[in-house]
Design a protein. Structure first.
Length: 406
């Protein structure tokens, strides 16, 4: 009898812990959702922002590239400076900062104030993306890989729901209201995380925090081995290619003859495909890591090439494949980085996110230049070439992505 009671109590406690961790993982996924939706707001509303501030579409694209540049510059120092913070405190502060910056962005009367508000939102972006997969792995315990993939579903949902919803609301009711709604969502998530997420105290040792040159060391990346550096470099090149096309996808779609009324649908196709891609990659990557990784990495340039050479009718299936492949890139690459440097997961993950942000900022700048010089087809072809180069680099170093059996 006593044994049965103990077993029942143990099972109930285990279920309660699983439910609590499940809610915490959902909130972490929501954090990725709102950060991605806020970051990508200019992509879906580039014409509206251009008209509102009286600047060209290329100049309006700076709202995206400025965000990415600040995130890249601030990423490693802020990750190092906050390394001793409990993860809950860090995420609550990051979401609160995002909420305030989105309100300022919504109220901006000049383009320069809009840029400043975007820069403020970007300060903690890299750190959030660096610590979330590690925090999810800690919550997941023996199923850490699957837990991390659940969190990455938040970014896919940002593409499925966030970006098209923001675009649709912006077109119907104005981009300012869309920014306010993102601010409200960020504030709500901050409050829920404060209540529901365990503290997740830092695993960094005191000796790591008290060295004589601590403040100088905070500015520099730590624990980066050659494998991590190669993964980061490949990520930057692949993302450079992707965002040189994606940053101006609305313009490319219009040049292909696509009606503006169908633009939110195209974004929804892209995001919905991304959700499927992340789910499938998360489901199979532990068993077939290499096969999944190379399918994802070569899928990006393949679909960009199809998009470049297709008429309007081919844009929709190409967008479907593009979305499936590119949404799974963070799961493939960031998990590879974490495996390559298990002792410095947060720092190496931050370096990866910096590389990703550099790719975004460079891609948005390069895309504007290419679009004005070569048109949509030339932009897509060069984007496909860049992402192909990154995939080939990794294909020549297969051990970076997984065991030979996968």
């Amino acid at each position: 009898m006593a044994g049965s009671v103990k077993r029942s109590s143990s099972v109930a406690s285990h279920r309660s812990r699983d439910n609590s961790n499940g809610l915490a993982l959902a909130l972490l996924a929501g954090t990725l959702f709102v950060f991605l939706s806020a970051e990508m707001l200019p992509v879906g509303l580039l014409p509206e922002l251009s008209e509102s501030f009286g600047v060209s579409p290329g100049s309006a694209g700076l709202l995206l590239s400025c965000y990415a540049v600040i995130a890249a510059i601030a990423g490693i120092p802020i990750t190092n400076l906050t390394a001793s913070w409990p993860r809950r405190r860090l995420l609550v502060i990051a979401l609160s900062t995002l909420a305030i910056s989105q309100l300022v962005f919504a109220l901006s009367t000049t383009f320069w104030l809009a840029l400043v508000s975007r820069a403020a939102a970007a300060l903690l972006h890299t750190t959030v993306w660096a610590v979330l997969p590690v925090a999810a792995s800690r919550l997941g315990g023996s199923t850490s890989g699957r837990a991390a993939s659940y969190v990455f579903l938040g970014s896919a949902l940002g593409l499925v729901l966030g970006t098209p919803a923001v675009a649709g609301l912006g077109q119907l009711l104005g981009w300012r209201l869309a920014a306010v709604l993102l601010a409200v969502l960020a504030a709500l998530l901050a409050a829920l995380l404060r209540i529901k997420l365990p503290a997740l105290r830092s695993t960094q040792q005191p000796s790591d925090l008290d060295s004589p040159n601590r403040w100088l060391q905070q500015l520099l990346p730590r624990g980066l081995n050659p494998r991590v550096l190669l993964l980061c470099a490949s990520t930057a090149v692949l993302v450079l290619g992707h965002y040189s096309a994606y940053s101006y996808f609305s313009v490319i779609f219009a040049e292909k003859g696509g009606p503006q009324t169908l633009w939110p649908l195209v974004l929804a196709i892209f995001g919905g495909a991304g959700l499927v891609g992340v789910f499938c990659a998360g489901r199979w990557i532990d068993e077939y890591r290499r096969k999944v990784s190379f399918t994802v990495l070569f899928g990006v340039p393949a679909t960009l090439l199809i998009l470049a050479l297709s008429p309007l009718a081919g844009v929709y299936p190409a967008t479907l494949g593009w979305g499936m492949a590119v949404a799974a890139v963070p799961l493939v690459m960031q998990s590879a980085v974490i495996r390559a440097a298990p002792g410095t997961a947060d720092e190496s993950s931050a370096a990866y996110v910096v590389a990703f942000q550099l790719g975004i900022s460079g891609g948005s700048w390069l895309g504007g230049l290419l679009l004005s010089q070569t048109g949509s087809v030339g932009t897509l072809l060069i984007a496909a070439g860049l992402s192909s180069a990154a995939a080939l680099i990794l294909a020549c170093n297969r051990q970076l992505l997984g065991p030979r059996s996968g």
